[in-house]
Design a protein around this ligand. Sequence first.
Ligand code: ZN
Length: 387
Amino acid sequence: MSAQAHGIAAYAGNIALLTDGEKIVERLLRAGLMARASDIHLDPQEDCLRVRLRIDGQLEDFLELPPSVQTTVTGRLKVLASLDIAEKRAPQDGAFSWSLPAALSAGHSAIDVRIATLPVRHGERVTLRLLEKDAKRLTLDELGMSADDRLAFDAVLKRPHGLVLLTGPTGSGKTTTLYATIGELLRADEKKNILTVEDPVEYDIPGVAQAEVDSADKVNFSKALRSLLRHDPDVIMIGEIRDADSLDVAVKASLTGHLVLSTLHANSAKSSVTRLTGMGLDPALVPATLRLAVAQRLARRLCPCCRKRGETGFEPVGCPDCDNRGYRGRIGLFSLYSPDGGLETSMEKDAADKVRGGVTSFAEALKCCPSPETLSSCLVSLSEKTS
Ligand SMILES: [Zn+2]
């Protein structure tokens, strides 16, 4: 789909005519917000500065700026984030807050921007991650868990202790689910003492003590983790279990009466067990520690205004409502595994239900599911049931 087809295309044309770094940066951020982009990428090429937006997980071409504005645009971004303007040969990272003038905000007003630069062949590559400050946090109900998965998940949250893990690749929505879970725990009991250790803290959660650590600083990460238990928590959220230190604290906390929430890089819910034992967890402790592992992927939601029925469920079409993408927003696909409860649910089954219901397309489900064969057979058995 070309950028011309999108509602923000007129914007792209205007930005390409500007020469002032400050104005270009302001318009790029505004365009990012309008397009609901999670990231803006600036890639210096030999003959242009290529600008792309990541929208619903897909990287899309937005516009090409002349190479002559590269230095002024990068310079302006570095000033905003208090980075070293003169340093062009080393990667840098930082952050800044940015507000739209109220008259233009249209529901959006302020964002936190995380910036990273990287020297490449034709200049400096810049990635901007956009975090809307006052965006409405999703609740567990809005993530898309099936009724059965949700019941199992709720049952685990009601138990006072144990480890609950969210697994999936980067960008699969694990953090959103963690935040939604904490929101749910607070709704159930606002007096709960909830502590988090995060790298970095993405959003403020009122009523929760959030410790921010820098992953480059291993000492502080360990220290923060170890001090957690001295603050008499009911619930602990550790941004990620990524080494023996964080695993050790998570296990100790879960065995001593705390509910521990965290994320782990594992391919499936069940394989998180292998991952944990690989990191040094005694296999005998798995059933006592790990209450539930949840694997998660994000599939794009079909635009309800233009989707049409096809051979395998519904297919995307494209209309002004979805900027001609055929999709708008995303939904979680889940599978659950519990070593002590004998519970194991299938992501393919969850995906098949959502394809069948027209929430997402077969093509999107295929991208998310580990086994395309299982997905197809789930769909076949669903259609046999209904016909
Ligand atoms: Zn549409």
